[in-house]
Design a protein around this ligand. Structure first.
Ligand code: ZN
Length: 194
């Protein structure tokens, strides 16, 4: 992890680039409302991409894995996330639902949300985000199967008029027991229900 001095230097470098971009867009960077915009934008971007710099997903998971004797599907629904599309550096955001069939272990719910954040808070595509969360959960739990479904809105598509304002993009990925269509169906039915 970076120390505070390195972090400040990095954020200041990003701010200098933002100032240049604002000029290139045709704005007056000395206008009152914009004076602090480069540093604010740099801090916001740096903070929203902290998935590059914190603990990795497996380290986070290991802190909250418990023994669990049950064999029924466990579902954590609608974990909110915010990410940046790696093609346009514009936000995409939505919800991730995770299901797994335990194999002697379960994971603390808040850790699943942190794992989603680790992968969301960087430049991403929705398909890879979905797959990375699935792999990380599968690896840390050694579960009989893991499934991840992700619904998101992409501002790069909406702002440019490529997509209708309310449309959602859905991706999913799964391992093990979820290769069976009936098991996937069970998960989908459970997350659809209120
Ligand atoms: Zn995009």
């Amino acid at each position: 992890m970076n120390n505070i001095k390195d972090t400040n230097e990095t954020v200041e470098k990003i701010a200098a680039h933002f100032e240049e971009i604002i000029k290139l867009l045709g704005e007056d960077t000395q206008r009152e409302g914009l004076l602090k915009t480069p540093i604010r934008a740099a801090k916001a971007l740096y903070k929203s991409t902290k998935g590059y710099r914190g603990e990795d997903a497996l380290t986070i998971a290991q802190k909250a894995i418990f023994e669990h004797a049950g064999s029924n599907m466990i579902i954590v629904k609608d974990i909110e996330f915010y990410s940046f599309c790696e093609h346009h550096i514009l936000p995409f955001f939505g919800r991730v639902s995770i299901g797994y069939i335990p194999n002697g272990k379960m994971i603390g719910l808040s850790k699943l949300a942190r794992i989603v954040n680790v992968f969301a808070q960087r430049l991403q595509v929705q398909e890879r985000l979905t797959a990375e969360v699935c792999q990380a959960v599968a690896k840390s739990l050694d579960a009989k199967g893991v499934i991840v479904a992700c619904n998101a809105q992409h501002l790069c598509m909406k702002m440019r008029g490529v997509e209708k304002p309310h449309s959602l993009t859905t991706t999913s990925d799964f391992t093990g027991a979820f290769n069976r269509p009936e098991t996937r169906e069970e998960f989908m039915n459970l997350i659809r229900r209120g």
